[in-house]
Ligand binder design. Structure first.
Ligand SMILES: [Zn+2]
Length: 149
């Protein structure tokens, strides 16, 4: 009885370190997996619940141009326009609402060319304009909070 107790105590006090070291990956692997699942789940929650800005393209509707004293339309340089419909389009537009190519007067030399072209064939000025994007922010904080209390 005492011998068995001593053997059990010896097993606890002086364990077989070689066998325990071999088993070490079995203790560490679940901890690593748990860490991966916890951080992956946490970041997935952050990605799903994150508030984002809403992007909408700027209003692409044409506007009527200013006219001179004789009633002729004035097209400012650098703004695409449709001469047939006498309409000014926002910067970056290359096609009219009906799908026809827009014209653009070069801001450098006032030569008229297609708005699709990125460089002026007369003076070589390069114009690369990306379409404008408006960022809509919420008007106020989400409902609830102090107003609900
Ligand atoms: Zn030019």
């Amino acid at each position: 009885m005492i011998d068995e107790l001593l053997k059990l105590l010896a097993l606890i006090i002086t364990p077989d370190w070689g066998a325990l070291i071999v088993l070490l990956p079995l203790f560490i692997a679940p901890l690593v997996l748990l860490w991966f699942f916890a951080t992956g789940g946490g970041w997935s929650l952050v990605a799903l619940t994150k508030r984002r800005a809403q992007l909408t393209y700027a209003d692409a509707t044409p506007t009527p141009p200013q006219r001179d004293a004789e009633g002729r339309p004035l097209y400012p340089a650098g703004r695409p326009y449709d001469a047939r419909a006498a309409a000014l389009y926002p910067v970056g537009a290359t096609r009219s609402i009906t799908g026809e190519p827009l014209l653009l007067a070069c801001p450098g030399c006032s030569a008229v060319r297609l708005a699709e072209m990125t460089s002026c064939s007369a003076c070589g000025m390069e114009i690369r304009v990306r379409p404008r994007v408006q960022i809509e922010r919420p008007a106020g904080p989400p409902p609830g909070g102090a107003a609900r209390a």
